[in-house]
Design a protein around this ligand. Structure first.
Ligand code: HEC
Length: 123
C-alpha cells in the first residue's frame, strides 16, 4: 500500500512537471511582442478594418482595386485572408510585400495572424 502511494506520488510529480513545462502563451508564440501590443482584444471592426483603412484601401478600394484585391468589405477581406494571400503579402512571403512602402510592424502583423487564427470573425 505504501509502495503504491509512493509510485502514485511520483507519477503525480512527473505529470505536474510536464504540464508546467507546456508553453502556449502569447509571449512564447510571439517573443518579439511587447506589452504595448494588444493581442487580446483583436476584432474585425476594432483592429483589422482600421489597419486596412489606414494602410491598404487607398490602393485596394474603389472600383478598380490594385491587383484585383478589394479590402474594403468583410467578405472580400475574409476571402483574401482564408486563401493565405493576406498573410503572405503582409510578410512578403513569395509575393510583393504589402504595403508597398514597407511592411507593417510586428505587432500589426501579429494582430492579423491572431484574427485569422481565431477563425476570421466578423466582430
Ligand atoms: C500603394 C498601393 C498599395 C498599397 C498601399 C497596398 N497595396 Fe497591396 N497591392 C498593390 C498592387 C499594385 C498589387 C499588385 C501587385 C502585383 O500584382 O504584383 C497589390 C497586391 C496585393 C495582394 C495580392 C498579392 C499577389 O501577388 O497576388 C495582396 C493580398 C495585397 N496587395 C494586400 C495588401 C494589404 C493587406 C495592404 C495593406 C497592409 C496593401 N496591399 C497595401 C498596391 C498596394
Amino acid at each position: 500500500m505504501k509502495r503504491l502511494f509512493i509510485s502514485l506520488a511520483t507519477l503525480a510529480i512527473f505529470l505536474l512537471f510536464f504540464v508546467s513545462c507546456y508553453y502556449d502563451n502569447e509571449e512564447a508564440l510571439y517573443p518579439t511582442l511587447n506589452n504595448a501590443c494588444d493581442t487580446i482584444n483583436v476584432t474585425y471592426s476594432g483592429t483589422i478594418a482600421p489597419l486596412l483603412n489606414n494602410n491598404c484601401t487607398v490602393c485596394h478600394g474603389g472600383s478598380i482595386p490594385s491587383g484585383g484585391i478589394l479590402l474594403t468589405n468583410f467578405t472580400s477581406v475574409q476571402t483574401v485572408a482564408s486563401s493565405g494571400l493576406l498573410i503572405n503579402a503582409l510578410n512578403g512571403n513569395g509575393v510583393q510585400v504589402m504595403p508597398v512602402s514597407g511592411s507593417l510592424s510586428v505587432c500589426k502583423i501579429a494582430q492579423f495572424q491572431i484574427w485569422i487564427r481565431n477563425g476570421m470573425p466578423n466582430n
